[in-house]
Design a protein around this ligand. Sequence first.
Ligand SMILES: Cc1ncc(COP(=O)(O)O)c(C=O)c1O
Length: 368
Amino acid sequence: MHTTIPPFRAEFTTAQKADFLTAAAQILDSGRLTLGPYTRRLEDTFAALTGTSHTIAVSSGTNALEITLRARGLTGADVLVPANTNYATAEATIRAGARPVLYDTALTATLEAIDTARTPRTRAVILVHIGGHITPDLDKITHYAATHNLTIVEDAAHAHGSATNGRPAGSLGTAAAFSCFATKILTTGEGGLITTDDPRLAQLTRQYRDQGKHPDNGLNTVFGSAWRLPELSAALGLAQITHAPTPMQRGHDLLVTYAQHIHHPQVTIPFEPGHRYSGHKAIAQLPTPALRNHLHQHLVTTGIAPARGVYDHPLHHQPALGLTGTYPLADHFAETHLCLPLWPGITPDQQRHIIDTVNTWQPPHHQN
Ligand SMILES: Cc1ncc(COP(=O)(O)O)c(C=O)c1O
């Protein structure tokens, strides 16, 4: 194989491009560039996909989180945030006027870590479905949250199409925030989607995204901002979920292929039976940092450009956040995983080459 396989490529099928171009012409002819019929259709289609009553399209996943936390009245509260997540999860929490309190996580949340981190002022917990992985502790955490009066907010930035035992991401807490950024499995270039079953929360989030304007009288009754999604962006998102297979159906199947065919004794592809996966990331876990680095180098020298980690720097190492503390699970996870190339358009030959390269990797003896 001569060309390097990239970690990810934003690619669109012929049918998706045709749908988008038709929609773009209609939008330009209509003169309605924001908050129009394409936004509404994207919202309705995504609500059906996530089994929720309401979806609200906004300008980014970060803003989806901030809006959700504000609309839920969490300003001034402590909010539990996993140490292993994107900067945006904590940033949005701070922007909403809440205080992020970190709990230690490897790939997914545990009840034990949440319980350890909870403070007297904690009113919410954010569950982040890293790479599309939903925590196996979900039922225990849901019960705990109900007992302690905590709101569960899903940061589902990576989890379009993920599900646990038939329950889709987006429907697992009070509300969820998805990202439709350029690297996401469902993308609008920049954008986000909020899902909820709570009609009052849905109405408020719609108000927040449009400068906080009250629908009845146009007065800015809540501190919203310009958090709308343009119609052209909504049309791009809609084009990806109108026809089967959707990018997330492809993503799930590609992840299954990795999980079924990688059988190197040192490499674990996390995969829970009964779960569906967005296919946002193909995470491979190694026993030690040295082995992770060695596999990474091996892949690179055979024409494969793996992404290093989902996150190489957990939040307590991000200088801008000022969140210090000791989070050994997050540190260990960051140092011992990498992401194999994965995007809906990856070819069977490319995936076969990656699988063969992993399976025939020979770790150095002293690192075994
Ligand atoms: C876990 C997580 N939350 C939130 C975000 C923010 O999404 P956006 O870039 O759309 O603002 C990201 C972005 O990659 C993310 O990975």
